[in-house]
Design a protein. Structure first.
Length: 450
């Protein structure tokens, strides 16, 4: 009976075991999970520079630059902001200033980072150097090291980007899995708005977008557009039209279908000086033109993008769709004198009188008198000539067809209209009126950027 019981147990165990799988199927079963996005922490660099004749460079600024460069390096990583790092450390009773020397890896572990960037800023001879290190926090292994150097703080600042790319090079994905060459999960996870929101300023946002564009052109362009469209920058909107028309972005600006809209937004943020900014844009061969050029040669510019600054006069129906009659406006500089400093006054007054009598035996007696009074006042002040941007109407008209009526298009208020030029029609007194298909509009900034 006992041997029978043991036999039943053996049979049950054999029955419960899964049947063996073919060798090919067994090899294919343990599919690898996609690697999780790594978390990178950039610590404050220790400032060991010895200031001599020239100014140094702020270690906190360098750390912010490094965060922006790491984020734009295309390594599929999340970067912990300085504010979040402070909160995480304070929750454990630590301060950022305590994280020096051997505790840099331990600090990364405390805040849950997979990788930690640390280093020093020091002066060697006449050069400023930023020595950077990248550690893997789980094992404490030194992954890479890089150095940026410059004779001035500005030169060192300009070379931080290449040093960061060298530092994170071991973390780059193989070319077959890079976001630029595949449409897989890595490319789909990129959020350009998150990218722009993590940047400290429009200038650094554009710089980081350039770095990203070198390895992933699609993501780099999307990042630039997000930098331009982001609202609420600490020091104002993105206005660096000269920077994006220096050559680096030329191919994108001339081939991307959304490039005219991007340029129109920048010009609006700069104050809406269409006549002043369009020539700068056309140096990069961006296909964006003025209303004056289109009206002079309608056949040449038909079907091309036109940017018009104008005020809405009325909304009418044209071919069953709402259309806006727009009077083109422009900005012109006018000079006026403004008093500077105090005003000095000088007052003067005087009075006097005289009287005389003459008596002679031959001609008789004579008597005379006179009185006089005078006063004067002078004022002295210093004046300075000041130039203001005066809004004037050019006399050119455009009829812009809208997809639908828009309640935010207020009459007699200036907007920048982006539209396709479709030709002209005769207006009052045979004045040509431009026909446009409006693709978008922007409200110009009140302050003009020269």
């Amino acid at each position: 009976m006992r041997s029978c019981f043991l036999l039943l147990i053996a049979c049950a165990c054999a029955t419960a075991a899964p049947p063996p799988k073919p060798a090919g199927e067994t090899a294919a079963t343990p599919a690898r999970e996609p690697a999780a996005t790594r978390i990178v922490s950039v610590l404050e660099l220790r400032n060991k520079q010895q200031l001599r004749d020239g100014p140094g460079i702020d270690a906190g600024y360098v750390a912010d630059r490094l965060r922006a460069e790491v984020l734009g390096a295309g390594i599929d990583a999340r970067v912990i902001s300085r504010e979040n790092m402070l909160v995480l450390l304070q929750a454990q009773g630590k301060q950022l200033a305590d994280c020096e020397g051997e505790c840099e890896v331990e600090t990364g572990r405390r805040i849950g980072a997979d990788l930690v960037v640390s280093g020093e800023i020091l002066r060697v001879g006449e050069s400023l150097k930023a020595s950077l290190r990248l550690h893997e926090t789980r094992s404490g292994t030194l992954v890479a090291a890089a150095t940026a150097a410059g004779s001035t703080a500005e030169e060192l600042d300009s070379r931080l980007g290449s040093a960061v790319r060298q530092l994170v090079a071991p973390l780059q994905r193989p070319s077959s899995a890079s976001p630029a060459r595949s449409s897989g999960r890595g490319a789909a996870s990129f959020d350009p708005r998150v990218f722009a929101a993590s940047q400290p300023s429009p200038w650094e946002c554009e710089t980081a977008a350039r770095r990203l564009h070198e390895t992933a052109p699609e993501q780099g362009w999307a990042a630039l557009v997000a930098c331009i469209e982001r609202q609420g920058w600490p020091r104002g909107d993105f206005t660096y039209l000269e920077r994006i028309t220096t050559g680096f972005w030329d191919q994108d600006l001339t081939t991307r279908p959304d490039a005219p809209r991007v340029i129109a937004r920048i010009i609006a943020s700069r104050g809406g000086d269409v006549e002043g900014d369009i020539p700068l844009v056309q140096k990069s061969r961006v296909p964006l033109f003025t209303l004056a050029a289109a009206l002079r040669q309608p056949d040449v510019y038909k079907g091309r993008w036109v940017l018009v600054r104008g005020a809405l006069s009325e909304i009418r129906q044209d071919a069953g769709k709402p259309a806006a009659m727009v009077r083109e406006t422009s900005l012109r500089a006018t000079a006026r004198e403004v008093q500077v400093g105090n005003v000095s006054r000088w007052d003067r007054s005087s009075t006097g009188s005289s009287q005389g009598e003459v008596s002679t035996t031959r001609y008789g007696d004579a008597r005379g008198s006179s009185k006089y009074a005078s006063s004067g006042r002078s004022e002295f002040s210093t004046v300075k000539q000041k130039f203001d941007n005066e809004r004037v109407e050019t006399g050119r008209l455009a009829l812009g067809r809208l997809a639908q009526a828009d309640p935010f298009l207020e009459p007699e208020k200036d907007f920048l209209f982006l539209g396709r030029f479709e030709g002209t029609s005769a207006g009052r007194d045979q004045q040509p009126v431009a026909l446009l298909s409006i693709a978008g509009y922007f409200q110009p900034n009140a302050l003009l950027v020269q």
